[in-house]
Design a protein around this ligand. Structure first.
Ligand code: MG
Length: 469
């Protein structure tokens, strides 16, 4: 009888979802680069003002425990677009410029999945899954690409003299063509936003997927004239206030063209703040560590989802949610088949609707640095495995004014943290909770057998190669 009632409840819930979706929603993913969880007002920032992001959170759902899959750019983006841990798809570290490695053509990426369902798709901003033409966004489901194929500190012109002049050597592409060398980086945020607004206006009558991946606030940081010297957070604060204003422009455009209630918009960051840059890096808030580290400050980022009419306003979720959950969620909402190959994400549609989702409560999260499984989280507990952190900021040599600081090696032993009570990961309570340690060890063993672990030598049965030219 209970099973029958559950089945009826499930059918009713499905019917109500179908009703709320008389057509598939548009998806907008706005991704900032190296923005920390402490950089936004609603997450506790005080040195810059982010009224539009704060309003987005007030109108939607804000996550406190949203994880990206890696504390660096390329793997994090690979996870967003494949629905997988990046180690599964072979993108384990930053993809350098002119790399022979990039995203594999056999992977089905989010834009490809949606394009097959009739979506118009665009990427404005940073790609970073390989700059060679065979890895191009246009070959992976994007109809349009305007932006940088890699970070804003790497590009086709790596001439030392050019770099001495303070230019990062980057090239701006339209599709597969480099249309500008050394573009004025202070205009990048504005130019991407203008393209995004135009894209929304011209696709108001058909479903679309807009991936707006700002280069900022990844160093070197720049703000346009209108925002420079405006915030009380220095140049970094100015950069964030410009991003905030841009998010507002995008959401205003959605409203203006009358598609507010059929547009799901996400704002998040690809990894935590780059702490060695000091005043040109962001803030991890109460968390420990930042970019290139597997403390939570490196991988726990701000995340807000807004979808008026479906997501109730002002909600806050502390569920463990990941960036690679977006792909199966969008698949479900767009009624698109999932990729043929295994994925790691979990469909979040029940959570978005405010319903219980037991599989989310049970899910572990694995902290990978390249192929090293450095920690696992389950519920409130995080078990860190012995490893050497080669990227710990050297407190005696933190950068300033755009100058990079230094890193140092720090050895870490086995430690258990209660990240609910102790978000700064300061108190090792492993000795008090041996059964928790044992349970998390067993979870880690599952990850090792599926995804591998170079710390223990585990090979991983579910790994797929990156693409190669
Ligand atoms: Mg990044």
């Amino acid at each position: 009888m209970r099973a029958f009632c559950l089945a009826i409840a499930w059918l009713l819930a499905e019917a109500s979802l179908a009703q709320s979706l008389d057509r598939a929603p548009n998806f907008i993913v706005i991704l900032a680069d190296d923005l920390g969880i402490g950089d936004i007002g609603v997450y506790g920032a005080t040195s810059q003002k982010t009224p539009r992001l704060d309003r987005m959170a007030a109108e939607g759902l804000r996550f406190t425990d949203f994880y990206v899959s890696s504390p660096v750019c390329s793997p994090s983006r690979a996870a967003l677009l494949t629905g997988c841990y990046p180690v599964r798809v072979g993108i384990t570290g930053v993809v350098p410029y002119r790399s022979k490695i990039g995203i594999h053509s056999d992977e089905t990426l989010l834009p490809e999945m949606l394009k097959n369902r009739g979506y118009r798709t665009a990427l404005f901003g940073k790609w970073h899954l390989g700059d060679h033409e065979s890895f191009s966004p246009l070959r992976h489901g994007f109809d349009e690409f305007f932006g940088t194929p890699a970070s804003n500190d790497m590009g086709p012109d790596m001439d030392l003299e050019v770099r001495r002049q303070g230019k990062a050597g980057i090239g701006l592409r339209e599709g597969d063509e480099t249309i500008e060398l050394h573009p004025d980086q202070s205009l990048l945020t504005r130019r991407y936003t203008e393209r995004a607004v135009r894209f929304i206006e011209s696709n108001r009558d058909r479903p679309f997927f807009l991936y707006l991946a700002y280069n900022m606030p990844h160093t070197p940081i720049f703000a346009s004239d209108r925002f420079r010297s405006r915030s009380s957070g220095g140049l970094y604060g100015d950069v964030l206030e410009e991003i905030d204003d841009s998010v507002g422009q995008v959401l205003d455009a959605v409203k203006r063209v009358g598609i507010d209630e059929r547009t799901l918009a996400v704002f998040t960051s690809d990894n935590g703040p780059w702490l060695i840059f000091g005043d040109h890096g962001g803030s991890p808030g109460r968390l420990r560590g930042g970019k290139k580290q597997t403390f939570d400050g490196g991988v726990r980022v701000p995340a807000i989802i807004r979808w008026p009419g479906v997501i109730a306003a002002g909600r806050v979720s502390s569920k463990i949610v990941t960036v690679f959950d977006l792909l199966p969620t969008f698949a479900r909402l767009a009624d698109a088949p999932l990729p043929q190959r295994a994925i790691d994400g979990i469909d979040l549609t029940r959570l978005l609707r405010g319903e219980a989702n037991p599989s989310l409560s049970r899910r572990p999260f694995f902290y990978y640095w390249n192929n090293e499984l450095r920690a696992v989280r389950s519920g409130r507990w995080k078990l860190q495995f012995p490893h050497v952190d080669h990227q710990a900021p050297d407190p005696a040599a933190i950068g300033f004014g755009g100058k990079r600081g230094k890193v140092t090696d720090v050895e870490h032993s086995l430690a258990l943290y209660d990240v609910e009570q102790d978000p700064g990961e300061s108190k090792n309570v492993a000795a008090e909770h041996p059964s928790v340690v044992g349970r998390l060890e067993r979870l880690a063993d599952q990850a090792r057998s599926e995804l591998g672990d170079s710390l223990t030598g585990a090979a991983g049965a579910g790994l797929r190669p990156a693409g190669r030219i």
